[in-house]
Design a protein around this ligand. Structure first.
Ligand SMILES: [Zn+2]
Length: 754
């Protein structure tokens, strides 16, 4: 590309094919000379990842079930280790000992009005060669459900979210003493048993409705990619969002052999009631037997039945018993030492454990990571050395709830706080559009990277394709205008659900998660059918998006590892804080207006006047009207951050690179590494102190879904008004500390630029 004639370059620029507008400009954080060298290495790097290699790695890694504690999980870790060594990395396995329950006994039967026993099996399929490895497969279950044996009436609770229970109240239906059945989706799965238990339920079933990932979307496996009637979504229900992820017996410290452990009965994050996931084949007879009120329209799925809520004569018996065993887990940690700044670490990770064969989750991400590692090894042979140290990590035990990465991060917390520059995660991959979530300080960097990656299907840059996709999906004229005019595409904030969580939320390390997706649906998530046959028939079948993922994540690693000055940027962060600030004010206003309106409707008798006596509804309760909150400290701090971010940009433009001495550069890099840590507090979020980051956290009642400025947002959502005011002050304080750090960096630049 770089040797192309000028006219060709211009033409390509017009059509958005390659990123040429910046070819003359040095890369952010590089001098003109170092930028040219970097571009050469990056071009060599991006030519190396091979789709065929990724296919062969996947064939090997997904050949047998490889869940935590299985023989093949360990064999895979050792195979990955041998690959890193073969490619010239300094690599080792770090082990931890964790609590990992597996099923001993599972029984689900309907005992009234008729009898039915659930199958709880995913049968082998003749065309799918690994689906018959049943002796090695983990049965379908939810990890960290407590043991239980309960018989009770059944109630259908939609997705099992707090709002669904408000609706049940209006229908006059209580789940007290009942077993609930909830659909998968619209929240992390562990929210469902948590909220059910809070409402007095004594058991919880979770099933995959065909409307969500079954025949409503496409043909079911093996004719198509969607969930067949016996397919079950396994998954962890460890209540990580209100406590912490990782090994439940060693919160906050690495689960080494000698670590102090809680007794199992004292682990704070096991479920309160027994939980079992089931297929829609098993769910249908139970749901069909329910009577009571019809389920609200938006609750109904795609089964050929009338969806009722219950309860009625339908009673079910649920029994689950687990082996509460300790398992050894194996993180593969590989390293290329930095040539100039070995104490600054750029970290990249993807897990290797799966629920069953896990071709898509996690192997499609893992094989991209492996091809990056092979390519970086190749660059070393050609004479390249990174300035900073690069760490590549293949995590074990992500599926039970981020155990491998969390235990490693907790064990190495002091070193990481000192040395970590950034963490780049992936977890799985598909075809389509670049999807990035991450720290806004990395937003500009990843936009730059995306302008250098060709999309395999359109040959546009992945940046341009993503921009056009977002314009297509935008709902308002303002959104479309911003997408067309803003220099950088926004990246979404990180919630949880993958291995970046300990790095970002616990240690304050700038993080991002990258993958491709958006073309083609999948209905095999966490089932025995997520395997090589499925992936090579229905997903990224020629692994060209696997190559794109290697190119994207690998280029970001290279740039962070090689830059003279770390390519962090703060105007995107400041801009995003303003966005959150506006959202929170609107949230508080909406809460107030809704309360006033609700109370008015109760007073004027609306609910009794519009009630259908044959389908009676209970009027909702009166609501306290929220007070006005004092957002002024947040407004002031956000304004100051914008000012500081712009000052840094201007100072950098003026001084860089001629006016920056080596000593100043080293000091600036220290400050930039510190910048994400400044967004944390040592005491962390209220009631969940493991979470230290004040800008991003998983939601207590959404799980994987992010809550930005979580202290304030959740206080408003859960109507704790005094707490909202005091959290505004805490957030304002971290933003002020961030501004002070950026100002100190700017002052140094202004000094040296003189
Ligand atoms: Zn995964």
């Amino acid at each position: 590309m770089r040797r192309m004639a000028i006219t060709g370059v211009l033409l390509l620029f017009v059509f958005g094919l390659v990123s040429t507008e910046a070819e003359d400009e040095p890369l952010q954080g590089f001098t003109r000379a170092s930028s040219a060298t970097e571009r050469d290495w990056e071009a060599k790097f991006r030519a190396l990842p091979s789709p065929d290699n990724q296919r062969e790695y996947m064939r090997r890694l997904s050949a047998r079930p490889h869940h935590v504690g299985s023989a093949y999980d360990k064999e895979n870790a050792e195979w990955i280790l041998s690959k890193f060594k073969e490619w010239g990395w300094d690599a080792k396995i770090e082990t931890f000992d964790v609590l990992f329950p597996t099923p001993k006994d599972r029984l689900l039967e309907m005992v009234a009005p008729t009898r039915f026993t659930a199958k709880l099996q995913e049968p082998p399929l003749a065309v799918d060669p690994t689906s018959n490895q049943q002796s090695e497969q983990l049965p379908s279950y939810n990890a960290y459900s407590i043991d239980g044996d309960v018989t009770a009436p059944l109630v259908f609770v939609n997705y099992g979210l707090p709002g669904d229970y408000e609706r049940l109240d209006r229908l006059g239906v209580s789940v007290k003493g009942a077993i609930v059945i909830a659909k998968y989706g619209h929240s992390w799965r562990g929210i469902k048993p948590k909220v059910a238990a809070e409402h007095g339920a004594i058991g919880c079933l979770i099933y995959s409705d065909p409307a969500d990932d079954g025949y409503t979307l496409d043909n079911v496996f093996p004719q198509g990619p969607m969930r067949p009637s016996d397919g079950v979504q396994r998954g962890s229900v460890l209540d990580f969002s209100s406590t912490s992820p990782g090994d439940p017996l060693t919160p906050g410290v690495g689960a080494t052999r000698e670590a102090k452990r809680l007794a199992i009965k004292d682990a704070p994050n096991l479920t309160k009631i027994p939980v079992l996931p089931i297929s829609y084949g098993d769910a249908q007879p139970l749901l069909a037997a329910l009577d009571g009120p019809m389920a609200p329209k938006e609750w109904r799925g795609a089964l050929p039945i009338s969806y009722h809520v219950g309860p009625g004569k339908t009673k079910v018996h649920l029994k689950v018993d687990f082996n509460w065993d300790m398992k050894e887990i194996h993180d593969v940690i590989a390293r290329i030492p930095g040539a100039q700044s070995p104490d600054e670490w750029v970290i990249r990770g993807n897990h290797h454990d799966a629920w069953v064969n896990g071709a898509q989750d996690p192997t499609s991400g893992q094989v991209a990571l492996l091809e990056e590692a092979r390519a970086l090894g190749e660059l070393m042979k050609q004479g390249w050395r990174p300035k900073r140290t690069i760490l590549y990590c293949a995590w074990d035990a992500e599926e039970p709830m981020l155990l491998g990465s969390t235990e490693w991060a907790e064990e190495h917390d002091k070193e990481l706080a000192q040395h970590a520059v950034a963490y780049i995660n992936s977890d799985n991959n598909g075809r389509g559009y670049l999807e990035v979530q991450g720290s806004q300080s990395l937003e500009h960097l990843v936009n730059d990277v995306a302008r250098d990656i060709p999309d395999p299907e359109t040959k546009l840059t992945v940046w341009r394709r993503s921009q056009l996709r977002q314009i297509e999906l935008a709902r308002t004229e303002d959104d479309r205008k911003e997408l067309r005019q803003r220099a950088d595409l926004r990246i979404e904030a990180l919630g949880s659900g993958s291995d970046y969580t300990a790095f970002l939320d616990h240690l304050g390390i700038a993080s991002m998660d990258v993958r491709y997706g958006g073309e083609g649906d999948a209905g095999i998530y966490h089932s025995a059918y997520d395997d090589f046959y499925w992936y090579t028939h229905f997903a990224d079948t020629d692994f060209v998006y696997g190559r794109a993922l290697s190119q994207t994540a690998g280029t970001a690693v290279l740039r962070l590892a090689d830059a003279d000055l770390l390519p962090f940027e703060f105007t995107d962060l400041a801009d995003t804080i303003h966005l959150y600030q506006k959202q929170l004010k609107k949230l508080a206003d909406d809460e107030r207006e809704e309360s006033i309106e609700r109370n008015k409707e109760i007073e004027e008798g609306l609910f009794t006047a519009t009630d259908d006596p044959r389908h009676p509804n209970v009027p909702p309760p009166h609501m306290d009207v929220p007070p006005y909150l004092n957002f002024a400290p947040l407004d002031n701090a956000a304004g100051a951050l914008t000012h500081s971010a712009e000052r840094y940009r201007a100072a950098l433009q003026k001084a860089w690179p001629a006016g920056v001495s080596a000593a100043t550069l080293a000091d600036l890099n220290r400050k930039l590494m510190e910048s994400e840590r400044r967004l944390t507090t040592p005491e962390g979020l209220l009631r969940r102190p493991w979470y230290k980051h004040m800008i991003y956290a998983p939601g207590v009642y959404s799980g994987y879904g992010v809550k930005t400025l979580p202290g304030i947002r959740e206080a408003i959502e859960e109507r704790r008004w005094a707490e909202a005011d005091s959290e505004i002050l805490r957030v304002a304080n971290v933003l002020s500390a961030e501004s002070a750090l950026i100002d100190a960096a700017s002052a140094e630049l202004e000094q040296s630029g003189r």
